[in-house]
Design a protein around this ligand. Structure first.
Ligand code: C2E
Ligand code: MG
Ligand code: MG
Length: 262
């Protein structure tokens, strides 16, 4: 049984590698807005696998098996490059927003990360420096905090900002908050989803917003599904949000029209 599952695992990986080289991955973009002013501040790029038989697959269905594989680095670099290209297209049409890309912390441990990114951005000299944000995903393994901090600082120097994604769920969130020079905390959607019914989740939310103030960070809520969530978050002092209640992730081609109608 174990042999079979190990084989299945590697087949899965080979299939994913093939999919990548066969251009079967696509990106959707989900808007981020300021709920008080109504301004669209950015978009998060979210990867999907357009599987020839199974249809559109979500990242939780194909990223976990390659979590520790060098392939994930190639995929993330592709996502960065596509997203920056897309931001450049939007900027040409007068829509200047920050695009956010998800990055595994392991990728940030690569010593060449900052220089590779800087070279990529140099291809778009007309883009404002704040166009790209990287969302560092929570991790179950301990990071080399020193090398990740150095990378983040190097990228900050050429205008790339960072957010801690799914904040509050990882087991060393607070250590990372103290040591990594990130600009934004992204409150995990699990706390947002249940805040209206669960006083403990509400307390966590309130606490994270307080932490963001104390550490002078921006704070954004993810998983905002209803107007009630919006009103409550505004009352707690969180103005930035992303979620199905604002818009679902959509193809790049629909984004500009959405902004016009928003
Ligand atoms: P994440 O970065 O926390 O992204 C937010 C996820 O929440 C997205 O799921 C999004 O579709 C979903 N979401 C947004 N608003 C709502 C809402 O109001 N309600 C609910 N229930 N869900 C909402 P998605 O696209 O399936 O992505 C799942 C995770 O996969 C992401 O979580 C991120 O960790 C990872 N991921 C996505 N794209 C990439 C990528 O390009 N590279 C890497 N390394 N990871 C990625
Ligand atoms: Mg994210
Ligand atoms: Mg999340």
């Amino acid at each position: 049984e174990q042999d079979r599952s190990v084989r299945g695992f590697y087949e899965g990986r080979e299939r994913i590698r093939h999919a990548f080289h066969n251009n079967e991955f696509v990106l959707l973009y989900q808007p981020k807005v300021n709920m008080r002013t109504g301004i669209v501040i950015g978009a998060e790029a979210l990867i999907r696998w357009q599987h020839p038989e199974k249809g559109l697959l979500s990242p939780t269905e194909f990223l976990p098996p390659i979590e520790n594989d060098p392939l994930v680095v190639d995929i993330e670099n592709w996502v960065i490059s596509e997203s920056v290209k897309q931001a450049n297209e939007w900027a040409k049409h007068g829509l200047t927003i920050t695009v956010s890309v998800n990055i595994c912390p392991r990728h940030l441990e690569h010593v060449s990360f900052a220089s590779v990114l800087q070279a990529l951005l140099a291809e778009y000299p007309q883009l404002p420096s704040y166009t790209l944000e990287l969302e560092v995903l929570e991790t179950s393994t301990l990071l080399d905090v020193k090398s990740v901090s150095d990378t983040i600082r190097a990228c900050n120097d050429f205008g790339v900002s960072f957010a801690l994604d799914d904040f509050g769920t990882g087991y060393s969130s607070l250590t990372y908050l103290r040591q990594l020079p990130v600009q934004t905390l992204k409150i995990d959607q699990s706390f947002v989803r249940d805040m209206l019914d669960d006083p403990e989740d509400l307390a966590i939310l309130d606490g994270v917003i307080g932490l963001s103030r104390a550490f002078d960070k921006r704070v954004i809520a993810e998983g905002v599904e209803t107007a009630e969530h919006c009103e409550f978050l505004l009352r707690l002092g969180c103005e930035l949000a992303q979620g199905f209640g604002i818009a679902r992730p959509m193809p790049a081609a629909e984004f500009e029209q959405w902004v016009k109608e928003w």
